[in-house]
Design a protein around this ligand. Structure first.
Ligand code: ZN
Length: 435
């Protein structure tokens, strides 16, 4: 069996399984679950693996599922990742009425892609032609939301880190993996889909900010109070005054929400809690801008004699796509997409915990254009199901075959040319340094 013949039969198997693949994607869409709570979605992945006779382990980052397919020889291991979680988007017509959860970042499509590869590789016995193992990893909690809830999980010792992939790295779930790939849906104006095969993303540091003042009657005796809400507003304004000092090349972003801004309108608020991210394009820029932001936030409290307590939490690291893996994905994508619809992309200000994985091993994180409306918005609409459920898993499957075919020669070259940015040890040291 030549490599091209193997790719052709695996792609044909994805065609044959279209009904099963789309049904799973749609089913997960109707039951969205937030990070570290994806128990039903996790069970759906396990059911797919059970049906196909794929061995797996569970409990990775609470809900993660790690499936294993053995190659002809077990030289190297490649992982295909799919994210389990949804996020909150109450205004979306398809949002869960109770929780507001909604798959408006399309992670259900990722799990369907993961299942497509599981089905196609099992249906065709593709692994007997490959010199390496394939891990099919359903991973939790990519959306870094409900920071207060996750911090509580941390305090209870249930998790160490906010992001699912970070947690799994700490648990050792990536120790036996040499390279990883995943797809993610993306908005597009094209009618036949498009795919971004390279580019980079910002990382971020998350924070919980508390302002403590002194309560007093807002009309009789405001002079006796210390207004924590004013302190918070001054803190935000102080960060805004910093913006001109951020270098364009560092792509710094600061955004915050107020979780708690006072209880009663006629009482001077004595407590405000905020959540925020500081994002930047490199670890150095992250640390530098974070120091400035914290100084500015504290200045808001100093101005009026309030207290400001900042809890920094390790967010995600910047994402760097591996050139060799991008190149394989680009070549495979040109067989499925029009040449103008396969592109490299530039730097994006958004973040993903795939960035953390990219500091440890070669990765490729594809952005597959198949939705209308912005990600995370009420307008999100998966309109191009052929690109999402057929072209995308085929591009990923062919890239996996490239990596592991012929003594995993392509992967060996990629690994020989790649110097990991961090070891697991230096990674964990960095994570512990953010506090
Ligand atoms: Zn996402």
């Amino acid at each position: 069996m030549t490599k091209d013949e193997l790719k052709a039969i695996v792609c044909a198997a994805i065609d044959k399984r279209q009904k099963d693949i789309t049904a799973l994607g749609d089913n997960i869409y109707t039951e969205p679950e937030l990070g570290y709570k994806e128990h039903k979605t996790s069970a759906k992945v396990q059911a797919v693996f059970d049906k196909l006779g794929i061995n797996y382990t569970t409990g990775w980052g609470i809900t993660g599922v790690k499936g294993h397919l053995k190659g002809r020889t077990s030289k190297r291991t490649v992982a295909m990742l799919g994210e389990l979680d949804a996020l909150v988007c109450r205004n979306h017509p398809d949002a869960d009425e109770e929780t507001g959860a909604m798959h408006c970042c399309g992670h259900n499509v990722q799990i369907a892609n993961l299942a497509a590869i599981a089905m196609a590789f099992k249906d065709t016995n593709a692994m007997q032609y490959l010199d390496g193992d394939l891990v099919l990893f359903a991973v939790p909690a990519e959306e870094c939301i409900e920071i207060d809830f996750r911090n509580t999980l941390r305090q209870k010792g249930k998790i160490k880190y906010l992001g699912g992939k970070e947690e799994i790295i700490a648990q050792g779930g990536f120790d036996d993996i040499d390279a990883s790939l995943q797809m993610h849906v993306n908005p597009t104006k094209k009618t036949n889909g498009e795919i971004q095969v390279a580019g980079s993303n910002n990382g971020f540091i998350a924070k919980i900010i508390e302002y403590k003042g002194k309560a007093a009657h807002a009309a009789f005796s405001p002079s006796e109070g210390i207004n924590a809400l004013n302190a918070a507003m001054l803190g935000i304004m102080a960060v805004n005054a910093l913006r001109e000092t951020f270098k364009e090349s560092d792509c710094v972003r600061f955004h915050s929400i107020i979780n708690s801004g006072g209880d009663l309108v006629n009482v001077v608020p004595d407590y405000v809690q905020m959540e925020s991210y500081v994002r930047a394009a490199s670890v150095d820029a992250l640390k530098e801008s974070n120091t400035k932001v914290n100084r500015a936030l504290k200045a808001g409290a100093d101005a009026i004699g309030a207290k400001c307590i900042i809890k920094d939490l390790p967010g995600y690291l910047p994402l760097f796509n591996n050139k060799g893996m991008s190149s394989l994905l680009r070549n495979n994508s040109t067989k499925l997409f029009a040449p103008a619809d396969v592109y490299d992309g530039t730097h994006s200000a958004g973040s993903t915990d795939m960035g953390d994985v990219s500091h440890l091993m070669p990765v490729v994180h594809a952005w597959v254009g198949c939705v209308h409306g912005a990600l995370h918005s009420a307008q999100y609409d998966l309109f191009d199901r052929n690109t999402a459920y057929s072209k995308s898993p085929k591009a990923m499957a062919m890239t996996i075959i490239d990596l592991l075919y012929d003594n995993a020669a392509e992967l060996e070259t990629i690994l020989a040319e790649n110097t990991p940015i961090m070891t697991k040890k230096t990674y964990l040291e960095y994570m512990e340094s953010i506090k």
